[in-house]
Design a protein around this ligand. Structure first.
Ligand code: ATP
Length: 437
């Protein structure tokens, strides 16, 4: 229907981006379910520009016009418009026929980067230029959906060849300088698809990292407090994508080998110690948070940032839009760790360990554990295994039933009871009642 609507207007419609790549890579024997579809409309450059020149400012950009026309047929779809970039999105959520589907329609456009790592400026253009602004050749293929050449594959940059050779290749030498998040995307696609980074592309990554461009942009941001929000948001979403994927370990390892963590902070390196801490966090999370009440990818990111010198952590955490909780945790980590390491040798009884560790929540305990000497870590793991979720044998109501009137002493009594339970002086309700009396 959308192709028809496009043809009626004399325009061309293309399927672009990941959907084309995934279609070409798909096993023909298996059904491929596309839930996120990117379309580009082209051939409307002139008419749209003329409309603007004629001051017909009430005329919708072509992508918006098409999406609105389609929505008349599919009224259950939600229409979102991003006027600034001339794009529209149609969204179906839990639809009986389409289930969940997201269609992005954009007008063919060119992006200019006014300076390295800046937010791109956008201008209408042809499909070829639209594809040229994309990240990798395998993502710069287009499938024509409109007549008379419907089904034609547009491959201006050798994407098909790279799909066959299973390699990730950028379209031009400046690609990573323009947008450092493409380094993360390159790694993500390489690991996810089992592809190699093409050798020159790898050189461009190395060049971009060694040129210090990110250090420069980052330090300018930090010193002047002028943020580049879109770049930060893109970096955060790429980090999230990688750290929550099943393949996060090899992806992080590859980022480490490429020294790409320097995009997060110039001093951040994936050395042996950091890698050890990340693995320990993972073990801690599997053991003590099997229900995944914590956001595991966020914890992995927190360990990376906790590895930075304390004076950098706050800025980086803010830049990456960490929650207030995480920012506070990172700020308090060193003092909490120092306190635990200092006081732990004085603890003899189990209840003393309990009292020392009970003020901290699970993420803080995991961070302290992975950054502390082994004997401290073992005690923390022991606390989390045996005492963290310990339930008191009696509660306030039980005390009332035993004939005690509610009073401020209740808390102290229950506290004493908990300590005695932890130290194994009592082990059942009967001995708990006897203890209270
Ligand atoms: P996935 O299956 O992981 O969603 P995708 O290729 O669809 O893969 P998206 O992040 O949805 O990835 O991006 C859609 C398309 O937009 C890409 O295929 C690529 O052509 C283009 N693109 C996305 N991010 C960038 C970028 N930083 N620089 C250049 N092109 C990009």
């Amino acid at each position: 229907r959308l192709a028809e609507l496009t043809q009626q207007r004399g325009w061309q419609l293309y399927l672009v981006g990941g959907a084309v790549r995934d279609l070409l890579l798909a096993d023909p024997e298996k059904t491929l379910l596309l839930t996120d579809i990117d379309l580009v409309v082209d051939g409307c450059h002139q008419s749209y520009e003329n409309a603007e020149n004629n001051q017909q400012n009430d005329k919708n950009p072509p992508a918006v016009e098409l999406a609105s026309a389609l929505q008349k047929t599919y009224s259950n779809a939600r229409l979102d418009v991003h006027g600034q970039f001339q794009t529209a999105a149609l969204l179906w959520h839990n639809d009986p026929v389409l289930d969940s589907l997201w269609i992005d329609i954009a007008t063919a456009r060119t992006e200019f980067y006014p300076y390295p790592a800046a937010n791109p400026e956008v201008e209408a253009s042809s499909i070829r230029q639209d594809l040229y602004r994309r990240d990798f050749t395998i993502n710069a293929l287009a499938l024509r959906l409109t007549k008379p050449y419907e089904g034609e594959l547009l491959d201006f940059f050798g994407g098909m060849n790279d799909l066959q050779n299973r390699q990730i290749r950028v379209l031009h030498a400046n690609s990573f300088i323009e947008d450092p998040t493409r380094i993360y995307r390159a790694v993500r696609f390489a690991v996810r698809l089992g592809f190699e980074l093409e050798f020159q592309t790898k050189d461009y990554i190395q060049y971009a990292i060694n040129s210090g461009i990110y250090e420069k942009v980052q330090s300018e941001n930090y010193s002047t407090r002028q943020r580049v929000p879109a770049l930060e948001t893109r970096l955060k979403s790429e980090l999230k994508y990688i750290l929550q994927a099943p393949y996060w370990k090899p992806a992080l390892q590859l980022l480490g080998e490429l020294k790409a963590l320097r995009c997060i902070h110039p001093t951040l390196e994936l050395n042996q110690e950091l890698w050890r801490q990340i693995r320990l966090v993972d073990r801690g999370l599997i053991r003590f948070d099997p229900e995944k009440t914590l956001t595991h990818w966020q914890m992995r990111l927190e360990v990376l940032i906790a590895h930075l010198a304390p004076q950098y952590r706050g800025d980086v955490a803010e830049t990456l839009q960490f929650s207030l909780d995480s920012i506070e945790r990172l700020q308090q980590l060193d003092s909490a760790k120092a306190e635990v390491v200092k006081l732990m040798p004085e603890c003899q009884l189990a209840s003393q360990f309990y009292r020392l560790l009970v003020p901290y929540d699970l993420p803080m305990l995991i961070l302290i554990a992975v950054q502390s000497p082994r004997w401290v870590r073992h005690r923390i793991w022991q606390y989390l295994t045996q005492w963290w979720n310990i339930k008191p044998l009696l509660n306030g109501n039980d005390l009332k039933e035993l004939g005690y009137k509610p009073s401020p002493q209740f808390k102290q009594m229950l506290d004493d009871l908990l300590v005695a339970t932890i130290d194994k002086e009592i082990c059942d309700r009967k001995s708990a009642e006897a203890f209270i009396q």
